[in-house]
Design a protein around this ligand. Structure first.
Ligand code: SF4
Ligand code: SF4
Length: 437
């Protein structure tokens, strides 16, 4: 039997060798800490501190702004300098709480608990109060995801350890260095779903992680490690669910509709820390890498730390990069300023000597069909991009434009260098906004 996978996808240069053998180094912040109120999907958090207040690490500085929202916690002790608009890692300005670190690293008192003795409600409350959100990029509040309408119909809880984006190695290091925290987090998730099995899904280019995870879950009858094929975008929600369980979802379904719940490895660790240790989400691993970085690294940093500090700690630039990206090269956001904070969803800073994409002029489509061959959404990217360029929403929808997962495979493969994903992404945004009305 072949390896578990999905149809379509690509095999880009993965660049992971630059940082994969660098153990995670804990980094203490030097400058101001900046906490955007919107680091998750849903309502922005509401500040509960004001200028001049003294805060402790682990203290709530902004409370959830609604049910689909999450609180924000200070990651250091210090003084609130103000609440002001700042540039964020998705390239937009947002309201942020700014804290001056006092260097004392005093924290609130945490209250550990035995997860086996907590009720389901208590587990969900600790996850919600811990400000846990999807750390793989989406930032969806985890307490909402883990409370589907019919929990008894959840058959699979999947831990997404694919890390299929090129260059990223933060999940790889997490799986290698702390597999027991991942298993601990998954066991807590399984407490919420009595009929579910837990699968930890790892690509076959990370056999060392699969082995460590297998050792860590020995004796756990409800947990298995599943090795899936190395292919981009294997870690996309729909692709992973299909590869691991054979179940299909589309753009109008939630994973729970197919009996699945899926979270990435770092989120599962955050669940463990919030529930078992009583510690909120205020740290994350960030890969600082790319051919323009002198000494690529994986850092464990406080949320709110400035990206520029991470680059300095990685030895700075070897050469001035032409392109800097927050996240991976396929789905990340181009940065034009490094004065931005690490948030709960920042996975990497990628600094490249050359910006090949912007340097290439697109030409006319030659109808080669390669975009359709690689498209994991099983749509026709060339056609959809034309509809998008002509603002033809009706045909865009008729040709299933909403089934695009914005993975970037079509743009990557297109010999005419057409910005297919960009065009489809913009049209999807408009169509989704109309669907919500
Ligand atoms: S159309 Fe969407 S899903 Fe298909 S390859 Fe392009 S970006 Fe990926
Ligand atoms: S890959 Fe590019 S050139 Fe080929 S059919 Fe698609 S849009 Fe046209």
């Amino acid at each position: 039997m072949g390896l578990l996978t999905f149809k379509g996808g690509i095999h880009p240069y993965d660049g992971k060798a630059l940082s994969k053998d660098k153990p995670v180094r804990r980094l203490l912040p030097k400058g101001l800490l900046v906490y955007p109120l919107s680091q998750h999907i849903g309502a922005p958090a509401k500040p509960v501190v004001k200028k001049g207040d003294h805060v402790l690490a682990g203290q709530v500085i902004a409370e959830a702004g609604g049910f689909v929202s999450a609180p924000i916690h200070a990651s250091v002790s210090g003084t609130v300098k103000g609440i002001e608009d700042r540039l964020t890692n998705v390239g937009t300005m947002a309201s942020c709480i700014v804290v001056e670190n006092d260097g004392a690293y005093e924290s609130v008192e945490y209250h550990p608990a035995d997860p086996e003795k907590l009720s389901k409600e208590e587990i969900l409350t600790r996850i919600r109060e811990g400000g846990v959100v999807g750390m793989g990029g989406a930032g969806f509040p985890t307490h909402v995801k883990l409370a589907p309408k019919e929990p008894d119909k959840i058959d699979y809880v999947l831990v997404n350890g694919a890390e299929c984006e090129p260059y990223l190695t933060s999940d790889y290091r997490r799986m290698l260095e702390e597999p027991e925290l991942i298993v601990g987090g998954l066991k807590i998730m399984l407490r919420l779903f009595d009929n579910a099995k837990g699968y930890i899904c790892v690509e076959d280019n990370k056999q060392d992680c699969a082995e460590k995870l297998r050792q860590a879950c020995q004796g756990e009858s409800r947990i298995e490690v599943k090795v899936v094929k190395t292919k981009y975008p294997q870690g996309a929600e729909r692709m992973m669910i299909y590869a691991a369980t054979g179940r299909k979802i589309n753009s109008s379904m939630l994973p729970a509709d197919a009996g699945c719940v899926l979270d990435n490895v770092d989120t599962v660790v955050a669940i463990y820390k919030a529930v078992a240790l009583g510690q909120p989400l205020m740290h994350r691993i960030v890969t600082v890498t790319g051919d323009a970085i002198r000494n690529p690294q994986n850092f464990c940093v406080c949320t709110g730390t400035n990206y520029a500090e991470l680059i300095d700690e990685a030895g700075g630039f070897d050469v001035e990069p032409q392109k800097i990206i927050s996240g991976g090269p396929m789905m990340g956001f181009a940065l034009y300023d490094l004065n931005i904070p690490v948030t709960k969803t920042s996975s990497a800073v990628l600094c490249m000597k050359e910006d090949i994409v912007s340097q290439t002029e697109p030409s006319a489509c030659i109808n080669c069909g390669r975009c359709a061959d690689v498209c994991p959404g099983r749509v026709l990217p060339g056609k959809l991009a034309v509809f998008a360029e002509h603002h033809d929403e009706e045909n865009f929808l008729k040709y299933n434009g909403l089934e695009c997962c914005e993975c970037g495979c079509c743009s990557y493969i297109c010999p005419a260098r057409r910005p297919l994903t960009q065009a489809i992404k913009s049209m999807r945004k408009i169509a989704l906004a109309h669907r919500k009305k």
